[in-house]
Ligand binder design. Sequence first.
Ligand code: 7TS
Length: 406
Amino acid sequence: MFNVAQIRGQFPILKSSVRGKPLVYLDNAATTQKPQCVIDAESNYYDVLNANVHRGVHKLSQDATDAFEKARDTIQHFIGAAHREEIIFTRGATEAINLVASSWGRANLKPGDEILLSQMEHHANIVPWQLIAEQTGAKIKVIPMDDTGTLDLTQFEALLSSKTKMLGITQVSNALGTVNPVQYMIEKAHQVGALVLVDGAQSILHQTVNVTELDCDFFVFSGHKLYGPTGIGVLYGKKALLNAMPPYQAGGDMIFKVTFEKSTFNHLPYKFEAGTPHIAGAIALGTAIEFVQSIGLKDIAHHEAELLDYAAQQARSIPQLRVIGQAKDKVSVFSFVMDGVHPHDIGTILDSEGVAIRTGHHCAMPVMDYFKIPATARASLALYNTKEDIDALFVALHRVTEMFLK
Ligand code: 7TS
């Protein structure tokens, strides 16, 4: 049974106060809070397990390696990857996308090739492709969206051609909450011979992901948005593709043999894991996944959908409030503007009431450009949020209307 009070009890920070008020944390798309088991897993590593991985013959190093590699197995099963060596540890979604853009892109893109992105991508799934496009002569094409924040699939199909080499698509938009039909898009992209990178930074905590069923070529996410630590994330890639790609960074662990004349590289996944990794972070990410699995993504999604509906209903009590992002298939993000009030003023007043939301362009400036707004205020939900949190949000928003609009 989904028991939100019991879940909240596992997150120490949710008991804290901010500016003399109980913390109402609604900035989960930026980062989620951590349950005690994740905090303990991270500190336990330093308490009893701290040693470098894959190097020592001594017991501590072997135990640290076992715990680190066990986390890789947990991730493999969580996202349904066929092989454990398809799971590469990175610093986060951003580094994972840069790895693919740089390694795959430099080896495969040439002038005239096209990289297809959507208008609602986070900058992390735009700028790395721009850099590689400049270096290779490839071109970026953009799938447009409509006023509800839904991608135009007719345009998408019209943009696909034999020139398309890569589709980079977010599964869930961080600025709008739109859930994109990635399964369908992957199928269409594959029909023209393009590869697909799915940005799962905002989907991984709200819905079940199975990369084998999706048949995506690459999938990326960050640990810190999945109740895990910062500084650790994952690149999933199909084995044959990863095997064919040149290394991204070079150094220890990623080599097989080094001479000054020539070096040969380690097998997967280590070929892409140069240097000492964030060992504690990887282990604690494994714990975060076990935590999510113990509650169940289906129940989590159901709970969050109820809260999003509740927020949408409450929003009707404020006529000046306009929701940005009204796609039919949408999760967890309540992005809005209020006529006559700058989003930063909304954020500041909410903060004085202990309500943490994010205001700004959310690293999705093309979305702001489309709606001709500088920024939105964004409340984003996670499994520990409650109707009382939404009530607190709207009490504070009514204060905003009193201060600015009366
Ligand atoms: N992709 C998407 C869709 C994101 O929402 C984010 C971060 C990233 C990639 C990058 O993740 P990172 O962990 O590597 O930084 N999104 C947000 C956000 O919405 N507010 O702060 C960060």
